[in-house]
Structure formats: structure tokens, C-alpha cells
Design a protein. Sequence first.
Length: 379
Amino acid sequence: QIESSRSSLSATQMSRSESWALKLCLASIACRSWASSPDDILQLVPHLQNLTKLAKSSPEVVLAEIRASPLRAVAPELAPPPETPMSGQSVLPTVTAHGMGDSCWEPGMASITKGIAKKTGSYARCVPTAGNIVTDTIDGFLKDMDSSVDTFAAKIRADPQLQGGFNAVGLSQGNSLIRGYIQKYNDPPVHTFLSIHGTVMGVAALPSCFQQGKPLGLVCKAVAEVLGDLAYLPFVQKILFQADYYRAPKQAASKGYLTRSQIGHWNNEDSDLANATYASNFAKTKKFVMIKAMQDSMVYPNEGEWWGSLADEDYEKVLPMKETKFYQQDLFGLRTADEAGKLHFESTPGDHLEFTDAELYGWVEKYFMDSPQSETLLV
């Protein structure tokens, strides 16, 4: 049976994935058997241990490793928008948030933020979770999601130009920051949330280990199940940003996921831990503009970029937003927002973060510049 399964996979898939998938499986079994402390678990993941140590002792080395990694989701460098006559209306300021392995100080994010400022004629700022390009990039991996949101919120609240409310543009993982800010804080409020290829509903597979529209293959499914075992350990949730929005459908009803997963908490999936503030804060935002990459190789399923998800206990059934329990039970206010006409959907034809300057500035004009500031401040 093993040989038969092997024959259905390409040699490239096997060489890239099988050996470390097996190691992860063995590590997962060992974790369940004997690991009783963070030190025990770190012995099973020596590369993570080395990475966390290097981040403290030699952060420049870690930055170089991240820049060489295929897991980076780096914003494209865009041209500034053409000069346009000002309409006389005042547009809210804009906050931007970058993706995994990117930074506010990288040329792409800098060009996007400056371009939005020029297009709207208003203040725009990329808000980092650290103080420089090195630590901001590293934080995208080694600062947990909730802590990152708290830092993001503190920087927004300390900026006097954002106190009347603002629009927000997230790229990739940056959309998790913005979603978290909206649900946990939203004061000052986000008026319009523009999510470009966002991880708002989490992911259920490793980047490039899937094809959109097709069920996960044997190797990718095995890896996803194993990562689910490891991702919801308390110490992993407190270190890895990506583990915090990793939603394995086979683990969605498990005690570990329901009690420890940060995205599980944001979704209010455990009724005993449900937080009504998440829904009331979600309701303060006037527009949610969700952009899906039709050929996304980073976010699986890409239906999550439109608030969809995989069905619980199923790696093959992708549910559109209205068929999810999050929508049907209105767990954090998604159905209420939809019924109020707040949800808008757009798409791009290519891969993750493949969009043009014309597309970005078109979304900004359509969704940020269609109402005067006197209206947008009524949040």
C-alpha cells in the first residue's frame, strides 16, 4: 500500500516533503507519548530552538535566513498613482500591515503606503510590530498573533493622526493583524478594511503544498494533520505567529484547538470561552473588502480570503462563507455584517500578492474615496 501511494506522487513531491513529513509524524507521536514541558518539545524541534536563540543573539542572521526562505510573502513595489484632481472631500487616513517575512521598511510596503497617501491625499502609515526592519521581519514569525495585535494596537493608539478613525489595508498575514485589532480593540475604529489575499480565516496547509480547487494530496494531508497536533501545544501558540492561525479541520473539535488556538478564540468556536466583545467590535467597521487570489499558492483554502473555510473533520470540502458555521451561527458577527451590506468581494487572477498598481488604486478609489469624512467618522 505504501509503494502504491508513492507511485501516485511525483518524485519531486516525495523528495521535498516525505522525509520531513515522516520526522514531523514521529515528533508528533513522541509529543503525545512523553513530552511534558517546553524543554521536552524543543528537543524534538531543534531548528525552532536554534531559530529562537539566534533571533536574540544574532538577529541579522535570522533576517538573512528569512529573506532566503520561500515562505516570504513580500509586497510588490508599485509605481505612484497618476496625478488626479482633488474632489474637495476629505478622506480618512490609512494604516497598512505587511505580510509574513516582509516589513514596513521594505521597498514594496513603503511604495504601497506612499502610493495610497498620494491617491487619497491623506495621511498613510505602515504600522510595524517592532522598531526596525530586522526585528519587524522576525516578529512576523516569532511573535505570537495576539501579542502582535496588542503591539499593533498600541502603536495605532499612540498616533494622534489616527484618533478619529482610519481605513486599513492588509497584505497576506497583515490581515490577521487587522482582523485581530478590529475584534479586540477597534478604538479608534477601522472604517473600511481592505484585505488583499488575507489569512483572515487562517490556513489549513503549508504554502505550495496544495493546488486550489483540488483535495490535498497524501503527503500534504499527512503534514497538515501532524502540524495540527503540534500547533495547539501551549508553548507553540506562544511563539509562532503562523501556528496561531493554523486551523486543521481534523483538530477543530479537539480540546487543544478549542482551548488554546488563538484563531479559534477569535472565531468564538468554544461557547464556554466566547467573547461577545469580538462581535460588537466587528460591527463597528462599516466595510469589509475581501480580495481573493484565484491561483493562490500561499493561503489554503483561498476561499478563506472571502471568509470561507474547510468543513470541520474534512480536508476536501471547501465551504463558501454562507455555508460555514461561523456565518450560520454568527459566531463573531460575520452574518450580521453581511445582512447590513458591509461585505464586498473582489478577486485577482494570479498568485499570492500578484496585483497591479492600477488594481490597488482602483480599490482605494472605489472603497475609500466614495464618501466624505463627515460620514466616515460616524463609526
